[in-house]
Structures are given as structure tokens and as C-alpha cells.
Design a protein around this ligand. Structure first.
Ligand code: MG
Length: 451
């Protein structure tokens, strides 16, 4: 059976893979899976050019399975997940391509607790789809469409989580990247008393100002404007509003690992746990030691992070790409809450972001990759484990080798024919040495396996 779900929902080229026929059928399969007749499904979309077409096709599929649909128009992914979890919905669908190129789009499916469908649930839906097991209801039982605004309860939640700003000179440059948070985060921050200047703040599926991934390259205008305006902080958000990246008052791009560690330092009480992938900086270990808490390391990927968070009843989880989960408020990655919480910390401590970052130890992380055919990945992982059998290793996702002065993670990519190499140390020189060693190890092992 072909696999439709990737690492996050179902994604593909609009009108090639994601045709109206496909979107209607997969939504019909999802509607059947959640129980069909009378089930209440919340649906929303990002501003991509294909989102309206995909959404309307999905609505048709849900109605034909007997579900009642609550259409929220354009809304961020965390707003949909918040309403599904806290209001009277049985499920949700978000039409979004998140951070991927504009010609592509996707569907994310949520169950009644607001978490994303994954693993065995994906297989169930695929079975219904490929086995033509969609239950089409009689004409008297076809569902109805209602309008519903999931943005209002989301805005209220963000406002309730925020602290009123008293520093009238504090200036924010906000770059929501033409995405689903465009009108929301700026509104909330102004309500909280901040002076907010926005760029790329009109929803636009062509993404004329920047691509929707908030990485250092795409945030270069934000970085420049911070320096020119002498602003206090820059906030960059991804296309569907679940991930946020910060730029400090000196124009430095702040890695998500550092943001996650600053947020943990604020949230964690003695005995609490946080969840983060095995590739995250050792800075989080330092923060957890300091606060007498525990860090739980998972495989790389949002679904594994959420699963561990639920299992351990953790207070917080984060990924280096700017995805932060404030578990006690909204059980999903939330770009709006990330912005509000970081500003709360600056307001409480009356410090600039650059000053707070400087209070933490500095770690140097390097990343690289080597081509590796999919069929060799498993053998290569075993080979690497054998090579480092005398060292301390963590093998939950690839092989992470722990040295006294740094670490090296060698892991196969889940989506591409490559092997990734991550290294980290407190000195740049040692990080470079570790990277040389990692590249040499993997290259030699690939050659041996090929011969
Ligand atoms: Mg996203």
C-alpha cells in the first residue's frame, strides 16, 4: 500500500498531487475514520493560492461522510488545534504547506484532543482511502457547513498568557512572512502595549517578501531593519504560524535551541521535565541541571516530541526549528505563544534579549551531510555503532557519540538519501575537529559498504 502521510500530514504539488478529487477523497476517509455522521470537524487554511480549492474539496468529502463542518477561513495551525482541544469539536483539518515552497500545499489532521494524527492512525486512514471504504451517507444525512471563528478564542488565550508591557520605548519588528499569523500576533502585541512595526504582514500565497521558512537567509531584511531602527527584538514566523524565530537587539539570529533553553529556564520548576530531540544543543542539559529538572531526548520530528511530552506530562517541549509547545496552555507548537512568552521574560527581567543570551554558556554546533543510498542507511548506522563501541553512545535516532568535550550525531535522514552529521562543542576549534572526524568516519564507512 502506498504511503500518503509524510513527516507532517500529507503534502504535495497543488493540482498535480493535491487535486480536488484527491482532497475530497482523503477528507472523506478521515470523516469515516472519526465516525462520520454528526461528527463536528473544524477546518481552516493558510493563505496559499491553492488553499481555498483544497479546503472546499476537503469540505465536500467530509460532508459526504456525514460530518458537520465548521469553516474558519484563514487561521494559524495552533488556533485550530486550540479550538479542537478546548471547544466542542471531534476533529480538525488544517490546509497548509507550512514553510514549504508556494506551489505546494498540504493537509494536517487533528483528533479531538487537538494533537496531530500520526503512526497507526495514519495507517487506518490510508486503509479506508485505498480500500474504498469511505462511508457515503444517505441524502438525508449529508452534513452541513457552518461559519466558525477560531481566531477569537486563540487571540484571547494569547492575551491571557501575556504580561502588559510598561516600557513604552520597547520596539518590536514583526515579520509574519505573509502567513496565517499576519493579523493576529501584531494585534495581540499591540494590545499588550508594545510598539510593533510589521514587514511582510499581508497574507499572500505568492510570498512576495520572503519565503515562509524563518531561517537566517529568509530573515535577512528583518535583521537589517533591527539594526537600522535600533529595535529591541525581531520576530519571524513561519507560514502556518506554529514556529517562531527571534533576532536580538544587536541583529543576531537566535537559534531555536537557544530560544528553547531560555524558555525552559523560565518555565521549569524543580522536578519538571522538558522534551526535545536528540540533536538539540547541550545547552538544554545545562539549563535542566541548573533548575533541577529533567530533559527527555527523542527522535527528531514533531510527532515523537509530542508523544513523549504526553507520556511524561512534561511542562514544555521544543525543536531547534523554532517549534515550542507550552503544554499547559496549548498542546501543540505555537508561534504566537512563543512570541508572547519570550516578551514576558524580557518584561519580567527588564533585560534585552542579547543580555539574556549572554548569561548562557556558548556552544558551537556544525551541521553537514553525506550522500547515502536509502538501502545502505541501516547497515551504515550499525557500522558507526561498531566503530564507536568503546565510547558512550545514545542510539534512539542514529548514533550520538558523547565525548568529554562535545558530541557528534550521525543519523540517516528520514526523507532524503543522505546521512546527516551534527557536532557540538564549547570551542569552535573542537567543533571543526569533530566535524572532520564525523565526515571521515561516514565517508569511509559508505565506501566500505559499497565495495
Ligand atoms: Mg509550520
Amino acid at each position: 500500500m502506498a504511503k500518503l502521510f509524510g513527516t507532517t500530514g500529507i503534502r504535495g504539488l497543488a493540482n498535480e498531487f493535491l487535486t480536488p478529487e484527491f482532497c475530497s477523497k482523503i477528507a472523506g476517509a478521515f470523516g469515516t475514520y472519526i465516525g462520520g455522521r454528526g461528527k463536528k470537524v473544524l477546518i481552516a487554511m493558510d493563505p496559499r493560492t491553492s488553499s481555498e480549492m483544497v479546503k472546499n474539496s476537503a469540505i465536500s468529502g467530509l460532508l459526504s461522510a456525514g460530518c458537520d463542518v465548521y469553516d474558519s477561513g484563514i487561521a494559524p495551525t495552533p488556533a485550530v488545534q486550540y479550538s479542537v482541544r478546548n471547544l466542542d469539536f471531534d476533529a480538525g483539518i488544517m490546509i497548509t504547506g507550512s514553510h514549504i515552497p508556494p506551489e505546494r500545499n498540504g493537509l494536517k489532521f487533528f483528533v479531538s484532543d487537538g494533537t496531530e494524527v500520526y503512526g497507526p492512525l495514519e495507517e487506518e486512514i490510508e486503509k479506508i482511502f485505498f480500500g474504498d471504504k469511505i462511508k457515503r451517507v444517505a441524502w438525508t444525512e449529508i452534513g452541513m457547513v457552518h461559519q466558525f471563528d477560531c481566531v477569537m478564542p486563540y487571540k484571547k488565550m494569547l492575551l491571557d498568557a501575556g504580561i502588559k508591557n510598561e516600557n513604552k520605548n520597547f520596539k518590536i519588528i514583526l515579520d509574519p512572512g505573509h502567513g496565517a499569523q499576519c493579523s493576529i500576533v501584531s494585534f495581540v502585541l499591540r494590545e499588550l502595549g508594545y510598539d510593533v512595526l510589521t514587514i511582510n504582514a499581508q497574507p499572500d500565497g505568492f510570498f512576495p517578501g520572503r519565503h515562509s521558512e524563518p531561517d537566517q537567509k529568509n530573515l535577512k531584511n528583518l535583521i537589517e531593519i533591527i539594526k537600522i531602527m535600533g529595535a529591541d527584538i525581531g520576530i519571524g514566523i513561519d507560514g502556518d504560524g506554529d514556529r517562531t524565530i527571534f533576532v536580538d537587539d544587536c541583529g543576531n539570529f537566535i537559534m531555536g535551541d537557544i530560544t528553547g533553553s531560555i524558555l525552559t529556564d523560565d518555565l521549569m520548576k524543580e522536578g519538571d521535565s522538558v522534551v526535545t530531540p536528540v540533536s538539540t544543543s547541550s545547552l538544554i542539559d545545562w539549563v535542566c541541571d541548573k533548575n533541577k529538572g529533567k530533559v527527555i531526548k527523542t527522535k527528531v520530528g514533531a510527532a515523537d516530541v509530542v508523544a513523549e511530552l504526553l507520556k511524561n506530562d512534561s511542562v514544555f517541549a521544543f525543536e531547534e526549528n523554532g517549534g515550542n509547545i507550552f503544554a499547559k496552555i496549548n498542546l501543540c507548537r505555537d508561534g504566537g505563544l512563543t512570541a508572547v512568552y519570550m516578551l514576558n521574560i524580557l518584561a519580567k527581567r527588564k533585560k534585552k534579549l542579547s543580555e539574556i543570551v549572554s548569561e548562557f554558556p556558548k556552544y558551537h554546533q556544525l551541521k553537514d551531510k553525506i550522500n547515502c543510498p536509502d538501502e545502505l542507511k541501516q547497515k551504515l548506522t550499525a557500522k558507526v555503532k561498531e566503530i564507536y563501541c568503546n565510547e558512550e553512545v545514545i542510539d534512539i535516532d542514529g548514533i550520538k557519540i558523547l565525548f568529554s568535550d562535545g558530541w557528534m550525531l550521525l543519523r540517516p535522514s528520514g526523507t532524503e538519501p543522505i546521512f546527516r552529521i551534527f557536532v557540538e562543542s564549547q570551542t569552535e576549534e573542537r567543533a571543526k575537529k569533530l566535524m572532520e572526524q564525523g565526515l571521515k568516519t561516514v565517508n569511509e564507512a559508505v565506501l566500505k559498504l559499497k565495495n
